[in-house]
Design a protein around this ligand. Structure first.
Ligand code: HEC
Length: 404
């Protein structure tokens, strides 16, 4: 096993590059989408210019033109914008390995969800990335993709929702979310490299040879780039989702993610329509409904944060449970084999430090039940209930037992 300290620094390095590459990739694709919409297209005196627009950025004026290439002429250099996608995928995959595959399953599996072992979960994760692309590409190369691709669209969305549901039944909530993101991210990058870039190569070859580019390649590339744009916002959420235990840790985490996919793709739909001079603003209605549903589902009212009755719990008892189940990780000196430093800097070594986080403890232990991580320390339901009652009763640090 690679030393935790090395893994931590690899994590920092890859994540840093991942973000920069991802921002570059998504940034340029949003920019080009916008640019296509912003072009002014009416200069009959210059038939080779499809459109132009003036931009002002960082102290300079830029004239951007979209043009047909004159036959047999290829300008140089041409910038392609394809490495950002590749870099984003490579660093993202490295992060998946570092965070999820080399940590003995703590983030990957959850015994309360399924009995799958870490090794099987890794195989499932990697298999998913490969199979998902193959299936998606097959669907969109099949007759289902004809006539505007309505059938293929319905099937693709249905498959995506099925994958979300399926993964949340097998992997930890957090891993289910990240693998859905990784799957979509893989499809996006494969779209770029295997469907869009070849079409661009053909355009270049056509321009050099003075022939017209292959229309099927071009249409398919356009279609794939539209797909990419729809999943972009949902994927960005999935990549950030590990910060939000309330989403992935929810009892109905699959439904929460479905709703957030509707939000992300719906917003994108409205934007894309506007960029093409159409209006699809009515889509904001399902988007708003999905937001409202998510807010409600994750509210204390739904989660049932109601005060528990039952016997009074002394701090002593709560502290004993925490000492047994939590401080192996959450301590100034963790004894855990993976967490050598207290996760998120959260320690439970003193009564005050426990009381200060009482509400979050109840949330993670009794409502979301995603602490202890992967239930590594074997916490029982009775113990979860005990901690929740202690918090509900005011999380008092009983004076008599202080400093235990
Ligand atoms: C195997 C190690 C491990 C054990 C055992 C463990 N945790 Fe955690 N805990 C983590 C990690 C890693 C994180 C950060 C990732 C996350 O938030 O899911 C975390 C985060 C938390 C947070 C959120 C901290 C923040 O920044 O908001 C709380 C609260 C928490 N744990 C409580 C507990 C409690 C209570 C127990 C015992 C019942 C426990 N943990 C047991 C690893 C552990």
């Amino acid at each position: 096993m690679i030393d935790a300290w090395i893994l931590d620094w690899l994590n920092v390095g890859f994540r840093w590059v991942h973000l920069i590459a991802g921002i570059g990739w998504i940034g340029t694709s949003l920019y080009f989408m916008w640019l296509d919409a912003a072009l002014i297209r009416n200069d009959p005196s210059r038939p080779d210019v499809e459109g132009h627009t003036w931009l002002l950025h960082s102290g300079g004026f830029y004239l951007v033109e979209r043009r047909k290439l004159p036959p047999g002429q290829l300008p140089a250099p041409i910038h392609w914008f394809k490495w950002e996608a590749a870099m984003t995928w490579l660093t993202g995959f490295a992060l998946l390995v570092i965070v999820y595959y080399l940590t003995r399953g703590v983030y990957l599996v959850d015994p309360a969800i399924s009995a799958i072992g870490p090794g099987q979960a890794v195989a499932l994760g990697i298999g998913l990335l490969v199979v998902a692309w193959a299936v998606y590409d097959l669907v969109w190369s099949s007759p289902l993709a004809r006539d505007g691709g309505r059938a293929a669209t319905v099937l693709s969305w249905a498959l995506l929702l099925a994958v979300v549901y399926g993964l949340t039944r097998v992997l930890s909530g957090r891993a289910a979310y990240i693998h859905t993101g990784a799957m979509l991210g893989t499809i996006m990058v494969a779209n770029v490299w295997m469907r869009i870039v070849p079409a661009q190569r053909d355009q270049i070859a056509a321009a050099t040879a003075g022939r017209t580019p292959d229309a099927t390649l071009a249409t398919r590339a356009k279609q794939r780039s539209t797909h990419n744009s729809y999943v972009t916002f949902p994927v960005i959420f999935m990549m950030l989702s590990h910060h939000y235990p309330l989403t992935y840790g929810h009892r109905l985490n699959w439904l929460v993610l479905w709703l957030l996919i509707v939000v992300g793709a719906g917003v994108r739909h409205v934007m894309i329509a506007r960029e093409h001079g159409r209006r699809a603003d009515w889509w904001l209605v399902p988007v708003a409904a999905a937001v409202a549903a998510v807010v409600y589902l994750t509210s204390p009212a739904w989660l049932g944060a109601a005060t528990r009755g039952g016997e009074r719990v002394a701090f002593d008892a709560a502290n004993t449970v925490i000492a047994h189940r939590c401080v192996s990780c959450h301590s100034e000196r963790p004894s855990d084999d993976i967490f050598r430093i207290a996760p998120n800097g959260v320690t439970f070594d003193t009564p005050e430090s426990i009381r200060a986080r009482a509400e979050t403890i109840r949330m993670r232990v009794a409502i979301l039940k995603n602490m202890p991580l992967a239930n590594k320390t074997g916490m029982t339901d009775a113990e979860r209930d005990l901690l929740a009652r202690w918090v509900d009763q005011g999380a008092a640090i009983d004076v008599r037992t202080r400093g235990r």
